[in-house]
Design a binder for this molecule. Structure first.
Ligand SMILES: [Zn+2]
Length: 387
């Protein structure tokens, strides 16, 4: 292992510190849950580069923020590389003892997305050393990307009125430049009926039957999405993901509930989603018993203009590495969308493939990590600006 490059040594160190997002579960070993330990490690690593890092967030859900300032900075970039990972149930490899096989690094978080942060650390080290830093860079390792992005909100609060000009969020895109993805809105719909003994159902009102009428109407309401596809992202989608209801076969149920997963286009908000679902409930004629209980945006959609500095700088850095700077789209949500909701345009880029993220054999190809180091170097040295 002596011949590992600095970026791969950083990556192995980061994987070896568990930072599992509990994602609402309480059955996980406490020693692998939360981002605090990896945030502290990053704070020390940034300190070795001469940067003061702040730790923000509560309850072990810690994010790390630091800034490197350039003289005569052309702009301010924020690099967001989330430090949480999904849980490790059923993994075929040791999730926290990163092995190297076939020019890949294996381990939980290897591609999603500790490789992004590892590449950034090494690029920063090179550029601070050669004195060619051309932009201010806010380095963020944020908690909780995998669930509700509390890390981004903690970081924005910490930054106060200071706002970067643009954001680069690292995620496994196989080094493709991503400027657009759909958003995710989760809606909970509840039917309220009246319970009674099932031997005489006429005495009650069956919440499951009421909800069933609403479900069919909500599902049907998604048909129109194909009439107005987004030119790059395609149509919005809707899926009823969970249904709960009833206590026993011999009780007419008084309550039943569904959760609806809605993938939104850039011009759609949670309010629009809620109105559409309520309209579907009305058209089923059950609006007095079936109501939307909650409607929350888990990840906002992303659509960054191709003429923005975010796209221009990243595309230029990719081109200088002989890679395509064309914009693409992904099917998953990212924290770039959360920064976008806050008015900061952003792109998504990083080593590794989403196809192996969250899997039992997560890995990242070493050559992509090394290329990402050079892409970051070029961005930090002013790619996209006047040459
Ligand atoms: Zn990720």
């Amino acid at each position: 292992m002596q011949n590992l490059s600095p970026s791969i040594r950083h990556l192995r160190d980061l994987i070896a510190i568990p930072s599992v997002n509990p994602m609402g579960r309480d059955d996980l070993p406490p020693e692998i849950v939360g981002e605090h330990a990896v945030a502290e490690h990053l704070s020390r690593a940034l300190g070795k580069l001469g940067l003061d890092a702040a730790l923000v967030g509560e309850g072990g859900r810690t994010s790390v923020v630091a800034e490197a300032r350039a003289t005569n900075a052309m702009d301010t970039l924020l690099v967001a590389s989330h430090i949480d990972t999904v849980p490790v149930d059923g993994m075929e490899i040791d999730p926290f003892d990163p092995a190297i096989e076939d020019d890949r690094v294996l381990g939980r978080g290897s591609c999603d997305t500790k490789a992004g942060m590892a590449a950034l650390l090494e690029a920063l080290s090179r550029v601070l050393e050669n004195g060619r830093l051309a932009r201010n860079v806010i380095i963020v390792g944020e908690a909780d990307e995998e669930l509700s992005s509390i890390g981004v909100h903690d970081v924005l609060k910490h930054l106060g009125s200071r706002r970067p000009d643009w954001v680069l969020a690292t995620e496994p895109t196989e080094l493709c430049l991503i400027n657009a993805h759909k958003g995710v809105v989760h809606t909970q719909v509840c039917a309220h009926g009246r319970a009674c003994h099932s031997s005489d159902p006429t005495q009650g009102q069956n919440a499951i039957v009421l909800l069933a009428k609403a479900i069919l109407s909500i599902d049907e309401s998604a048909r129109v999405f194909t009439d107005r596809p987004h030119p790059e992202l395609g149509p919005a989608t809707l899926s009823v993901g969970i249904v709960h209801g009833g206590q026993a076969p011999n009780i007419v149920p008084d309550e039943a509930r569904i959760w609806v997963d809605r993938r939104t286009l850039p011009d759609e908000t949670p309010a629009i989603v809620q109105e559409q679902i309520e309209a579907a409930i009305r058209s089923a004629g059950v609006e007095s018993q079936v109501v939307v209980e909650s409607c929350s945006e888990e990840k906002p959609p992303l659509h960054t203009d191709a003429s923005s500095i975010a796209v221009g700088a990243t595309a230029d850095a990719l081109a200088r590495e002989g890679l395509s700077g064309d914009c693409g789209q992904v099917a998953f949500g990212t924290d770039a969308g959360v920064f976008g909701r806050a008015g900061i345009p952003g792109v998504v880029l990083g080593p590794g493939s989403i196809d192996v993220a969250h899997t039992s054999r997560e890995f990242v190809p070493i050559d992509q990590v090394e290329t990402m180091v050079r892409i970051f170097e070029r961005v930090l040295e002013g790619a996209g600006g006047p040459r």
